[in-house]
Design a protein around this ligand. Structure first.
Ligand code: FAD
Length: 291
């Protein structure tokens, strides 16, 4: 089913994100995670595309596996990094052949060691171009990324919203946001999007923190900020893995409860290939339309 149809028919669309286990190059380790996440009854599971296009084949393989299994709808992420139009075409053809109809179209980050994103020869320079191209298939439902705190490279928040509008005008059906830890950023972003004439669903991306080192690295990479009180709590607990996880789950739950009251169309949980955090959050969150 196309994800946009979930938004048209359900009061709260719930999804999880997983990443290909690139290190051992096999999806076997991911299968039990997918099974546990599927038990939580999400509407879809999305599969990331490795930085620099490294996990291209596995992304297609995992999304196709989900599709074949038939328990939960699949969405494949796709980036413009290092790929010509022909290479993008090959991936789109493979996804289509395997019945994967939902795509998150992204520009992607530059490969490690390459400071700036460079438009590949005969490729795409912005996600909006990938959205437009993918749209020519007249087959896929297309989502894009949004940044509640603005994208790191954008000259301003306002300019980033203008660029987001270009992605929607190019044909995207919904927006999933980057992780954020202060809901005020999300509300400001949503308001600015509405004001700019963006009328597709804007779904908050929720990241339950699982380790101090990891979240420090992630926030530095993507530019999301930790509120001072959350940062202090995490710093105090930094060497106690269980305590950090507890703080992460409690914060994600508090964020989700508040977002729910403010009428979000759904939640996208960054599962980090684990299930127990989201499981605990969902146990304590009454999502409309779900028992
Ligand atoms: P774009 O929308 O192209 O924006 C990139 C920058 O260019 C922004 O600063 C924007 O303001 C600017 N811009 C856009 N259009 C124009 C224009 N026409 N003129 C001038 N400036 C413009 N990365 C991966 O590698 N793999 C993944 O699987 C992955 N999944 C993600 C999932 C989500 C939900 C999110 C939020 C991010 C994900 N990312 C992933 C990270 C993403 O690739 C990076 O954040 C990347 O730096 C930007 O991608 P984008 O699609 O937002 O780019």
């Amino acid at each position: 089913m196309k994800i946009k149809e979930f938004f048209e028919t359900k009061p709260c669309v719930m999804s999880f994100e997983v990443f290909p286990p690139v290190r051992d190059g096999s999806i076997d380790r991911l299968v039990p995670v997918i099974d546990r996440l599927s038990d939580l009854n999400p509407d879809f599971i999305s599969v990331t595309y490795g930085a620099g296009g490294t996990s291209r084949d596995m992304t297609v393989e995992i999304a196709s596996f989900l599709k074949k299994k038939g328990t939960v709808e699949a969405m494949a992420h796709l980036t413009c990094v290092g790929a010509s139009r022909e290479q993008i075409d090959t991936v789109l053809q493979e996804l289509k052949a395997n019945g994967v109809i939902n795509i998150l179209a992204l520009r992607g980050d530059p490969p490690e060691g390459q400071g700036r994103f460079e438009k590949p020869k005969n490729g795409f320079g912005y996600a909006s171009e990938l959205v437009e191209y993918t749209g020519t298939y007249k087959f896929f439902c297309i989502g894009v990324a949004g940044y509640p705190e603005g994208h790191l490279e954008a000259p301003s928040f306002e300019k980033d919203i203008e660029n987001l509008k270009k992605k929607v005008d190019a044909g995207s059906d919904f927006i999933i946001t980057q992780l954020f830890f202060n809901n005020e950023y999300f509300y400001r972003f949503r308001d600015a999007a509405t004001k700019a004439g963006i009328n597709v669903p804007v779904v908050p991306g929720i990241f339950p923190i699982i380790s101090y080192g990891q979240i420090k690295k992630f926030t530095e990479l993507c530019g999301a900020t930790l509120p001072p009180d959350l940062r202090e709590k995490l710093e105090r607990a930094r060497d106690d893995k269980q305590a950090v996880e507890r703080i992460g789950i409690d914060h994600a739950l508090k964020q989700s409860e508040d977002l729910l009251k403010q009428g979000v169309p759904g939640f996208h949980f960054y599962s980090m290939n684990r299930s127990h955090h989201v499981e605990e959050i969902l146990r304590n969150l009454s999502l409309p339309g779900r028992s």
